[in-house]
Design a protein around this ligand. Sequence first.
Ligand code: UDP
Length: 238
Amino acid sequence: METPKYRRIVLKLSGEALAGEKGFGIDHDILKAISLEVKEIRDRGVQVAIVVGGGNIWRGVTGSARGMDRATADYMGMLATVINALAMQDALEKQGVDTRVQTAIEMRQVAEPYIRRRAIRHLEKGRVVILAGGTGNPFFSTDTTAALRAAEIEAEVILMAKNVDGVYDSDPRTNPAAQKYKELEYLDVLNKGLGVMDSTAASLCMDNKIPLVVFGIRERGNILKAVMGDQIGTVVGR
Ligand code: UDP
């Protein structure tokens, strides 16, 4: 069997990816499909930390646009990621994968607190670690969380699963002529304002030299392909 290109990865699952066609809530068929793919790469010896988003349930900016205090709305978003993390945990354990949920916002009855060294230990034991609660701070995103945690746990890459199959020069959902990039640099993401991740996350990845693979989650088998280093989606580097 071919050896995976990466030994330790951060898989970023946006809320949107978990919601599927409905765009809201949790699609259990998608969770199951993702779990099977995660199990496959875990079985090949890849250490997997999953950072879950929350946009399928709540986004802080939506609340603040409606007049809510931004920090309060953001805390609601962080709690939403915990809901997704538990759903992901349940789906993975149904496939016989050992998991731990760690949250940046302490919630002892529900999950472990995020402790870097303990997260690494779980990974070394073959457990999938699901990182919830974002960074624990308002005004940040779960993309930034993925960048931060990847740097902390020394992951070699961030695999970003999206509903769109890569990074385009304009929105492919509204512009049929949109062109997909095969490769990009973080400076392009920042300078061209490409919507792949926010500037805080892109800067953190750039400064810590963490490559990113952006790919579509709807196409089955893509997580394995990304881990094997096959050319899929868009690779962002440097
Ligand atoms: N959030 C936050 N701090 C963090 C991570 C997330 O305040 O470190 C909040 C923020 O309100 C965000 C929401 O949680 O809108 C959900 O996260 P995100 O939008 O990143 O989820 P995704 O787009 O990946 O579904």
